[in-house]
Design a binder for this molecule. Structure first.
Ligand code: ADP
Length: 414
C-alpha cells in the first residue's frame, strides 16, 4: 500500500531518444492506474523508472513520500509482472512462486511462512491443483497466473504490471482481465498497469494515463472522463471501439446559436454542448466534428437535421450492427446500431447499397480545433507544456493558413 508521485519525470535514452517528456502524476494509495497508448509512447519506460530498472533523466519519483530516484529496485518494495513471464522450467509451480521468498535474507523466511504465502496466493489465483507441476505442463493462462503469484507473495507497496496479458489469446485475455479485477480487490494495493489495449485500460483503471508517441501525456482521468470528455482528437480516437468518427467541417456561430456543417448539412448544436460553447464563447472556426459510432442515431422518418447515407458494409456483431456507410459527399462513417430494436423488415434493409437516414444528436457531438486538435470545450492541464499535438508540417501549414485568413479578415474589416 503506498502513494506514488511522479514529478517532471523525464527519460532520454543514450542516442537522444526522448522516451518520456515531463510526466506528472499523483497516484493515491490503493489506486489502480493504467498507462495506455500506442506502442513506443513511453509507457514501459515510465513503469521501469518507477521500478528502478531504468535511470531517470530528470524529475523525481516518490513512493510513500520517499524519493526513490537512487534506490535499488529491491529496496523500492515493488513487485512486477512482465509480458514475458520467465518461469524457471526446472522448478515446480510451488518453487517458482516461492522463488523470491527464498531469496530473502535478513531475516530468512521460515518454511512455514513460505508455504503459507505460496498456498494462499495459489488459492487466490485458482492454481492450487498445479503446484507440483512444472511450467511446461501448464497452459499460457496458467503460466501467467504463476507469474502473478510470484509477484504477489512478496510484501510490496506497489504492484507493477507491464502488458501482462498480451501473450494470451483473446478469450483468455478477457478471462484474465476479469481475474485481475478480482485480484485487485483481494490484494488491495496500489497498481500501475501498462497496456496498449484501450479495452483493458477502460475496464481495469480507476484512472487512465493516455500517452502519445514522443512520451507525451495526453490526458489523465477516469475511464468515463476520457470517453465522454476526450481532451484531444488523439484521445478521442484512441479510446472507444470502433474509433470515433471525425468529420472536417466548420463550427458556425450565429448569436447564441451554434451549428456544424458536415457534408453540406447545417446541424444545430443543442443541450449541454451548446451551453458550454456559449459559456466559453467559442469562436466560429474549422473543426473536426467527432461523433462516436454508438452515438449516431438511426432516423426512421426523415425529418429535421438528419441525412441520408448509403450502407457499404454491414458487420453483424450479434447484438449490434457495425454499419460502414458513406455520405452523399463521399465521407465514410461507422455507425453502431443495436439490433434489438429493429423489426425483421428493418433488418433485411440493413444491407450493402441500401440508404438509411442518420442524425448526430447535439449531446453526442465533440468539437476539436483543426489547428490544435484540442477539444474546444475542455481546459486541459496536461497540455500546459504547449507541446504541439501534431508537429507535422501539415499542421504548421494549417496554422499558417488560419493566420493568413485572420489577417485578411482584419484587413477586410478595416
Ligand atoms: P511503450 O512501452 O509505450 O511501447 P517504450 O517505453 O518501450 O514504449 O519506448 C519508448 C521509446 O523509447 C521508443 O521510441 C523506444 O524505441 C525507445 N526505447 C525504449 N527502450 C530503449 C533503449 N533501451 N534504448 C533506446 N531507446 C529505447
Amino acid at each position: 500500500m503506498a502513494q506514488v508521485k511522479l514529478t517532471n519525470v523525464k527519460k532520454v535514452y543514450q542516442g537522444g531518444t526522448v522516451a518520456v517528456q515531463n510526466f506528472n502524476l499523483d497516484i493515491a494509495d490503493k489506486e489502480f492506474i493504467v498507462f495506455v497508448g500506442p506502442s513506443g509512447c513511453g509507457k514501459s519506460t515510465t513503469l521501469r523508472m518507477v521500478a528502478g530498472l531504468e535511470d531517470i533523466s530528470g524529475g523525481t519519483i516518490e513512493i510513500d513520500g520517499e524519493v526513490v530516484n537512487d534506490l535499488q529496485p529491491k529496496d523500492r518494495h515493488i513487485s512486477m509482472v512482465f509480458q514475458n513471464y520467465a518461469l524457471y522450467p526446472h522448478l515446480t509451480v510451488f518453487e517458482n512462486i516461492a522463488f523470491p521468498l527464498r531469496l530473502q535474507k535478513n531475516p530468512k523466511m521460515s518454511q512455514d511462512e513460505i508455504y503459507e504465502r505460496v498456498t494462499s496466493a495459489a488459492q487466490v489465483l485458482g492454481i492450487t491443483q498445479y503446484l507440483t507441476r512444472k511450467p511446461k505442463a501448464l497452459s499460457g493462462g496458467q503460466r501467467q497466473r504463476v507469474a502473478i503469484g510470484r509477484a504477489m507473495v512478496k510484501d510490496c507497496k506497489v504492484f507493477l504490471m507491464d502488458e501482462p496479458l498480451s501473450n494470451l489469446d483473446t478469450k483468455l485475455r478477457n478471462q484474465m482481465r476479469a481475474e485481475i479485477i478480482l485480484l485487485r480487490k483481494r490484494i488491495n494495493t496500489t497498481f500501475i498497469y501498462v497496456t496498449h489495449d484501450q479495452t483493458e485500460a477502460m475496464t481495469l483503471g480507476d484512472r487512465i494515463v493516455c500517452m502519445k508517441e514522443g512520451g507525451y501525456v495526453m490526458q489523465i482521468g477516469t475511464p468515463s472522463e476520457l470517453f465522454d470528455w476526450p481532451a484531444s482528437k488523439f484521445v478521442a480516437e484512441f479510446v472507444g471501439a470502433p474509433m470515433m468518427n471525425m468529420v472536417k467541417c466548420d463550427l458556425i456561430k450565429e448569436g447564441k446559436k451554434y451549428f456544424v456543417n458536415p457534408f453540406g448539412y447545417k446541424l444545430p448544436v443543442d443541450g449541454e454542448k451548446l451551453a458550454l460553447l456559449n459559456s466559453r464563447n467559442v469562436e466560429a472556426q474549422p473543426i473536426y466534428l467527432g461523433v462516436r459510432p454508438e452515438h449516431v442515431t438511426l432516423v426512421r422518418e426523415k425529418k429535421g437535421a438528419s441525412f441520408p447515407v448509403t450502407i457499404e458494409v454491414n458487420e453483424m456483431m450479434g447484438s449490434e450492427y457495425h454499419l460502414h456507410v458513406v455520405t452523399e459527399d463521399g465521407t465514410k462513417l461507422i455507425v453502431r446500431i443495436p439490433t434489438i430494436n429493429l423489426s425483421e423488415e428493418e433488418r433485411t434493409k440493413m444491407v450493402s447499397g441500401e440508404v438509411i437516414n442518420i442524425a448526430f444528436e447535439g449531446k453526442a457531438m465533440h468539437f476539436f480545433s483543426q489547428a490544435t486538435e484540442y477539444n474546444l470545450l475542455i481546459d486541459n492541464q496536461y497540455l500546459a507544456d504547449k507541446e504541439p499535438l501534431n508537429n507535422s508540417p501539415v499542421k504548421e501549414e494549417a496554422e499558417e493558413e488560419i493566420h493568413q485568413e485572420e489577417s485578411s479578415e482584419e484587413v477586410k474589416e478595416e
